[in-house]
Design a protein around this ligand. Structure first.
Ligand code: GLN
Ligand code: ZN
Length: 764
């Protein structure tokens, strides 16, 4: 019998209950016991959903209050001393690592958080010491949650991040020089102990995630797989059977280190179906293949016919007992359930499948290959019908858009003049001081803003009333920026629910949802719009608000747009046309918006591309080059319609540009603002090495945490930056937008920032 397996389930709940509970806990409105109870209730509900869907292998320990990697950091005793020394309890210590802690005399910033592979999920980086030791906690979460499910009558397969991935994804703490992978021998006993405990608790299999196998690995990390899994194999029956799990890429280039003596190997056959044959020939003689055929990263209904074909071809080689049908990755990256979408057009809704629906798909596919297609004939027929409907619908195809795309020329991608010419005509207009200060765009999205938006959606206030409210907010934001003494203002984005969704709702070719939230980091969720067809802009999207902002402000006002690549990456993209085509359509729509903003008197326009890097194919080579080529072109196409005197900014939420700096430089943006407060200022060296001529604003403080940086901390940061950047190049800004912050900390932090900038202005 072919079993069905889910690799992980979204944690938030159908109505983002987990978000609400954790935020209430942080705000002192929910007790710790209540939070933990709610988490428990959600886990149970999610296991039950999968069980009812007919899934055979249900995951446990896929849950996390903040992030699954962070849970491992804590359970392995790898918590840096700064979080343990103040005697916080385990839960608060965990959240302190995730989001910083500044309360009752404790003041500690969070650990670094970075993108999980090429997804928009962020994990907390294991941050290790030269003299690092590991020790398994008394009640490891994996064991506790396995037992919790067992007590509820649900047998689960615990999920662990594997040791090689845990270390490879980690880093040395500031001031430390350890190469994390060198800690393997110290870490493995902890895994062994944990696996033994899981076995004793009754787990027969464990999903051990080693997704780093899809990377181009340095020799040391690659070499770590063999000894690790041989060591586990020697424990024989003392530990559960291991399913060695990879996703988000192919593992063909690393097959020489694929363990032969594990019980199972999971591969992603949605992303890389072509790896099947090579992996099949590299499997150990008894190893089971877990075939990831239902997409854990997108919302399209699975094409059952082609999924079944993939599984059948594995079965032909291995037999039914050695194949498992699975989701390609954890379903963490998909929304909870399509059932919550009451407003979606029926035609379109029929093309989608979210986590709950995917669980059913997995079970149906397993049944189809076990008992034959007639056993699920009705489901297969309905599925074929939706596939047919989407392929032939007029909603997916707009001839006007295609016509315009065919006319794009090379010249459309370039600004009129070189940077040197541009910056002098910009400076004439803007008259900015040395070390100009600005922010990245959004200001706190207060309760009041959200309440007004909800009222508008519910029809409790009119559009005119809402617009007036937004104007007041903008006016207030301008006033605050005047008081703070910032140099380039923003309108604060109060009208935007989200930087991509907002645009999606104003573009043709998009569908949007009401409940399709996906976790981005911690309690933060995003609701990506869905690209269903060819994209175009029926009307200006941001001009009204920016124009109003200019009218009430004496300082230069930045217009704020989300770039084409980010719109694409943070939407659920189509899987029926190439992403480069979708990016170009978005770029053309944005180009019109940029030109309209310029016409409305906006002299500075920021086009954010924080998602550019996450789209980077995980391995270097042809695929990566092709991506960078079309991604850079899309950005340039969107920003090149303006005069020299209009200043184009772009923003990135990271500063690790090493492996694709040429692409960042090729964007030709007049000013780049980047994350830098949590990274090493050394990363700025690439700008020096390449004699980067344009302006740069490396973030001077972390905005993911409510913690207020002192003026001195910011000065220290600027001092470090000045080792790499010229004073006339340097802008002073925070790491990212401030929408998730409260006003109090925002004002305090920006005051310190402006004072630090003034200090340097006086000095130079
Ligand atoms: N302009 C956006 C903001 O300030 C940028 C957000 C981002 O880069 N993620 O919110
Ligand atoms: Zn950002």
């Amino acid at each position: 019998m072919v079993q069905s397996a889910v690799l992980g389930f979204p944690r938030m709940g159908a109505n983002r209950e987990l978000k609400k509970a954790t935020e209430a806990y942080w705000g002192g409105k929910l007790s710790q016991a209540e939070l933990l109870n709610e988490a428990k209730r959600l886990r149970l509900a999610h296991w039950k959903i999968q069980k009812d869907a007919g899934v055979d292998v249900i995951p446990s320990n896929d849950f996390a209050l903040y992030d699954q990697v962070l849970c491992h950091i804590q359970d392995f005793g790898a918590v840096p001393e700064r979080y343990t020394k103040d005697g916080l309890d385990a839960v608060d210590q965990y959240f302190a690592m995730g989001r910083g802690h500044q309360k009752e005399g404790v003041d500690v910033p969070s650990l670094e958080m970075v993108k999980w592979f090429d997804s928009n999920y962020h994990y907390v980086k294991p941050t290790l010491q030269d003299n690092q030791t590991f020790k398994l906690v008394d009640s490891p979460k994996a064991v506790v949650e396995f037992k919790e499910a067992k007590d509820a009558g649900i047998h689960t397969r615990p999920v662990l991040v594997g040791p090689v991935s845990f270390l490879h994804l980690g880093k040395a703490d500031r001031g430390q020089s350890v190469d994390p992978i060198d800690l393997l021998d110290k870490l493995l006993p902890v895994y062994e102990k944990l696996l033994v405990q899981l076995k004793e608790a009754g787990a027969d299999t464990v999903q051990i995630d080693e997704p780093v196998l899809v990377f181009d690995l340095p020799a040391k990390s690659k070499g770590a797989f063999k000894p690790t899994y041989e060591r586990f194999a020697r424990l024989g029956d003392k530990i559960p059977k291991l399913v060695f799990t990879t996703y988000f890429g192919d593992i063909v280039h690393n097959l020489d280190v694929l363990p032969k003596d594990v019980y199972g190997v999971h591969i992603d056959l949605v992303r890389n179906p072509e790896q099947l044959d090579a992996v099949l020939s590299a499997l150990g003689p008894k190893t089971v293949l877990s075939a990831g055929v239902v997409d854990g990263r997108n919302i399209w209904k699975t094409n059952m016919k082609s999924a079944i074909e993939k599984v059948e071809s594995a079965i032909q080689k291995l037999g039914k007992d050695r194949v498992v049908v699975a989701t390609s990755s954890s379903l963490l990256h998909t929304p909870h359930t399509l059932a919550s979408e009451k407003k979606l057009d029926a035609e379109i809704a029929d093309w989608f499948s979210f986590a709950c629906e995917k669980a059913v798909e997995i079970a149906v596919i397993a049944k189809a290959v076990t008992e034959g297609p007639t056993s699920v004939r009705e489901q297969l027929e309905a599925n074929a019908k939706s596939m047919q409907s989407r392929a032939t619908s007029t909603r997916t195809n707009d001839p006007t858009v295609k016509e315009r795309q065919s006319k794009v020329t090379e010249q459309d991608h370039n600004r009129k003049s070189e940077f040197a010419t541009r910056i002098s005509s910009q400076q004439k207009k803007l008259n900015l001081p040395l070390f100009p200060t600005t922010t990245i765009g959004s200001f706190p999205q207060t309760k009041e803003i959200r309440a007004q938006r909800t009222k508008l959606t519910k029809g409790e206030i009119s559009t005119a009333e809402y617009d007036q409210f937004i104007e007041q907010e903008i006016q207030e934001n301008v006033k605050i920026q005047e008081e703070l003494g910032l140099d380039v203002f923003v309108h604060g984005e109060p009208e935007r629910n989200d930087m991509v969704q907002y645009f999606g709702e104003r573009l043709d070719g998009y569908a949007f949802t009401t409940h399709a939230w996906v976790q981005s980091y911690g309690s933060r969720c995003v609701r990506p719009p869905i690209i269903v067809g060819d994209i175009s802009r029926p009307a200006p999207m941001t001009v009204k608000e920016s124009k109003y902002a200019v009218s009430v402000s004496k300082k230069p006002m930045k217009g704020m747009l989300t770039g084409p690549v980010t719109c694409l990456r943070w939407s659920f993209p189509r899987d029926d046309v190439h992403q480069s085509v979708q990016a170009q359509q978005l770029a053309l729509a944005l180009r019109d918006e940029v030109v309209d903003l310029e016409k409305a008197g906006i002299d500075v326009i920021q086009v954010d591309e924080p998602a550019l890097r996450e789209g980077l194919p995980l391995r270097s080579g042809k695929e990566r080059d092709a991506y960078l080529d079309w991604a850079v072109k899309a950005f340039k196409l969107s920003t090149s319609g303006v005069e020299d005197s209009t200043q184009i900014h772009s923003h990135f939420c990271y500063s690790e540009f090493q492996d694709f700096f040429h692409a960042i430089a090729a964007l030709d943006a007049d000013v780049l603002s980047i994350e830098n407060s949590k990274s090493d200022a050394k990363l700025l060296r690439v700008f020096v090495d390449s004699a980067y001529p344009r302006h740069i604003g490396p973030g001077v403080y972390d905005i993911h945490s409510p913690r207020v940086p002192s003026e001195q901390e910011i000065k220290d940061r600027i001092e470090e930056m000045l080792q790499y950047l010229k004073p006339e190049q340097l802008w002073i800004d925070p790491d990212c937008g401030l929408k998730t912050r409260q006003w109090k900390e925002t004002k305090e932090a920006l005051t310190n920032m402006v004072n630090a900038a003034r200090f340097y202005r006086a000095k130079y």
